[in-house]
Design a protein around this ligand. Structure first.
Ligand SMILES: Cc1cc2nc3c(=O)[nH]c(=O)nc-3n(C[C@H](O)[C@H](O)[C@H](O)COP(=O)(O)OP(=O)(O)OC[C@H]3O[C@@H](n4cnc5c(N)ncnc54)[C@H](O)[C@@H]3O)c2cc1C
Length: 440
């Protein structure tokens, strides 16, 4: 690289949370141009248009954890306080038709230990079983080589069906969006290790109080603009080209390097023509699962018993009560993970099913006055057993640094994985460019 200015010129492609995090991390070290195909930033975690009278709608109901350190540090960098963005609640597990627990105000791991010992709607024997399974999983965490799927592990331990139905299945569906028979036990261990066992505050729920665009996308763009970044919305980048000088051609312009922060199903089409066949195939063969969010509004308040009320046996797995987090108490968001399992339902079929579920919990709410159904078919990559990450060294060697939720070595595809991967890609890119500068 023959530097034409003291700062490298870097393209970031994709303004989801991975791309925004990479751009924010780079902007004081490089001249950044951020390309985004859509009209707005945010990617899969974006504000949904046409809010139909709801206080706000996102592309899907998102929930963060206190352990999302990357997300919280991104917020502070772009000038958004946690209190403005999220309502923090201690971890609780409230199934209308099953087990209920509330973490105790004690340091980890006693918060969860006492939470389970004082849980309701679960026998003493089952509490002991749950503690034993958790303990086995904690030990398993130290033997990551012996990977298996969660269903096989539960079968081998003869975990009672009630505990599978009322704890393990909703947990895995919610956290990994992957069926038990495919979901990697290691990934679940990592989530529990960092999100529940490590410290009490890490296990808190962070429930968005506002639309996700106002939490990250818009403040991040404003911050980038203040720092002099070039932002190109509504610009769909064509396939990247490697130039003989080592630089990368992005959308007709030459850059010293590029961060490729698009979802894997879009990345495959952007890889340069010379990319090795096995890498192209690795991208094309990734599998995904859908998530459907059904937003419902009623004429009267919806008296859900918890901020997140679940059903072990329903179409909707979780209902998020907006009233419980200081928002209008007649609005509810229902989450259906793995919604591809239910086939293709029409909008009114989703609404009817979810409304019937809600009537089981709150029988006197009448009919919904407004609804919005959003299905993201490729919401997240499947967190399958032994999930191989694409070997992106060829790309990095050609100064293309992939970032995105699917690339985290320990976590399932989440906002935290996306943000952390953006920072990792940015740091690697800067370190490589520095090394190239020194050798030339
Ligand atoms: C319904 C739903 C619910 C979810 N719930 C949760 C949750 O509760 N908690 C949690 O942590 N995570 C959740 N997730 C996952 C989370 O949303 C994703 O992990 C995260 O948003 C992925 O960010 P990303 O930046 O890696 O990718 P993306 O958000 O997909 O961003 C990629 C960006 O690249 C852009 N792009 C694509 N091609 C091009 C091109 N050629 N040129 C320019 N730009 C391009 C796209 O428009 C997009 O903006 C949920 C996801 C969904 C869909």
């Amino acid at each position: 690289m023959k530097p034409h200015s003291s700062r490298p010129k870097i393209a970031v492609i994709g303004a989801g949370w991975a791309g925004l995090s990479a751009a924010v991390s780079l902007v004081q070290r490089a001249d950044v141009t951020l390309f985004e195909a859509g009209k707005q930033a945010g990617g899969r975690a974006r504000t949904a248009g046409g809010n139909s009278g709801f206080s706000f709608l996102d592309n899907g109901q998102h929930i963060c954890l206190g352990a999302y350190r990357g997300v919280l540090s991104l917020l502070s960098r772009i000038g958004v306080s946690e209190q403005e963005a999220f309502h923090r609640l201690p971890l609780q597990w409230y199934l209308h038709d099953g087990m209920r627990l509330q973490t105790a105000s004690l340091p980890a791991p006693f918060h969860i230990l006492f939470g389970i010992l004082f849980a309701r709607n679960i026998s003493f024997n089952h509490k002991i079983r749950l503690l034993r399974d958790m303990n086995a999983l904690k030990k398993y965490h130290h033997q990551p080589s012996a990977n298996t799927n969660i269903a096989a592990w539960l079968n081998a331990r003869r975990t009672p069906r009630k505990l599978v139905a009322e704890f393990w299945q909703p947990l895995v569906w919610g956290a990994l969006n992957t069926p038990l028979e495919q979901a990697g036990l290691n990934t679940l261990c990592n989530v529990l290790q960092d999100g529940v066992w490590a410290d009490k505050a890490g296990s808190d729920y962070l429930m968005p109080k506002r639309d996700l665009g106002s939490i990250v996308a818009r403040p991040a763009l404003a911050y980038l603009q203040r720092q002099g970044a070039n932002i190109r919305l509504e610009t769909r980048v064509p396939p990247l080209e490697n130039l003989p000088c080592g630089r990368v051609k992005v959308n007709g312009e030459t850059f010293d390097a590029a961060i490729l922060a698009v979802a894997p199903y879009h990345a495959a089409a952007l890889l340069p023509a010379e990319v090795p066949h096995n890498l192209q195939t690795a991208y094309q063969q990734m599998s995904y699962h859908a998530i459907t969010t059904v937003y419902l509004r009623y004429a009267c308040p919806v008296p859900l018993p918890a901020a997140m009320t679940g059903l072990a046996n329903g179409t909707a797995q979780w209902f998020v009560s907006r009233g419980a987090i200081g928002l209008p108490d007649n609005e509810v968001a229902a989450v259906i993970s793995l919604s591809d399992n239910l086939g293709t339902l029409k909008t009114d079929e989703w609404v009817n099913k979810v409304h019937s579920d809600l009537l089981r919990i709150c029988p006197n709410i009448g009919e919904p006055v407004e609804s919005k159904v959003i299905t993201e078919k490729r919401a997240t990559t499947a967190a399958i057993t032994g999930r191989p990450l694409p070997d992106v060294r060829w790309l990095q060697h050609h100064r293309i640094y992939p970032a995105g939720d699917y690339l985290h070595p320990r976590y399932p595809a989440t906002l935290e994985a996306a943000v952390q991967s953006g920072i990792t890609a940015a740091d690697l890119c800067c370190a490589d460019l520095k090394a190239v500068c020194k050798t030339e």
